[in-house]
Design a protein. Structure first.
Length: 253
């Protein structure tokens, strides 16, 4: 099945697709209208919001931090919103994490390696936040769930990768879905690149715009090495069997 058939046209957003329609390793397929990944839903037009409601979405799981929410224009969301920040740290902690990220990105042999290593830093520092995001999706009431951050590629990409893994989708399919974000967000990145004031800033933007499939494969390989698998990582982060099962069946039943 072509991945493009999962894409949704919600006016105002660029990077929206259903996690349904992906083959599982036991011969089944993930269900449509259960979980949708997106860039920030606050970009939606009135027509975009109507499309969300018409699609059966009832819950929004928002992975952005408080500092990003303060930048939102006033809006009344016609849905239940669960705010589950993926990255929370005080300024001192965040400065240390940024230094760690910059060092890892500089030391990596290529862009895929840099993205992999940055994601692993996120996951080690914010494992409990990742678990909270999975729990929010798992425990959402009946109806569709939208998971989003700002671009819908990094925080959303990691959370959706875990959801697909729990639904027994193979890593190659997970990585292929993740990789689509680079193309979908290209118009926004081109604007950012045009506005960049220095060569260093343009290079940084080029790096963070990439979503190479090999990066997500590398993340899962490393979680296998460190924890015995992505599921065991989530257990270590605080998810119990009930939440893991609910998350898996969200996309399966």
């Amino acid at each position: 099945m072509a991945l493009r058939s999962r894409e949704l046209a919600w006016e105002g957003c660029l990077n929206v697709r259903d996690l349904g329609g992906l083959p599982t390793q036991d011969g089944a397929e993930t269900r449509y209208r259960r979980v949708v990944r997106a860039d920030s839903v606050r970009q939606l037009s009135e027509a975009g919001w109507k499309a969300v409601a018409d699609y059966g979405v009832r819950t929004v799981v928002d992975l952005r931090g408080d500092y990003e929410l303060r930048d939102d224009p006033p809006a009344e969301l016609p849905l239940d919103v669960v705010h589950v920040p993926f990255m929370e740290a005080n300024q001192e902690e965040w400065n240390a994490i940024v230094n760690e990220i910059e060092a890892a990105a500089t030391a990596a042999p290529d862009e895929a390696g840099a993205t992999r290593d940055v994601y692993l830093i996120f996951l080690e520092h914010f494992r409990h936040n990742a678990a909270a995001g999975i729990r929010a999706v798992a425990r959402a009431p009946e109806g569709g769930v939208v998971v989003h951050c700002v671009g819908g590629k990094d925080r959303t990409g990691l959370l959706c990768a875990f959801l697909l893994h729990l639904a027994n989708v193979g890593i190659e399919e997970i990585a292929a879905d993740y990789a689509l974000s680079e193309e979908r967000l290209q118009p926004r990145f081109e604007l950012w690149l045009a506005e960049a004031e220095t060569v260093a800033e343009r290079e940084r933007l080029r790096r963070i715009s990439r979503t190479p499939a090999e990066a997500m494969v590398g993340v899962f390989d490393e979680l296998d090495r460190r924890y015995g698998g992505a599921t065991e990582f989530l257990r270590d982060a605080g998810l119990g069997d009930d939440d893991l099962e609910l998350a898996a069946t969200r996309l399966r039943n």
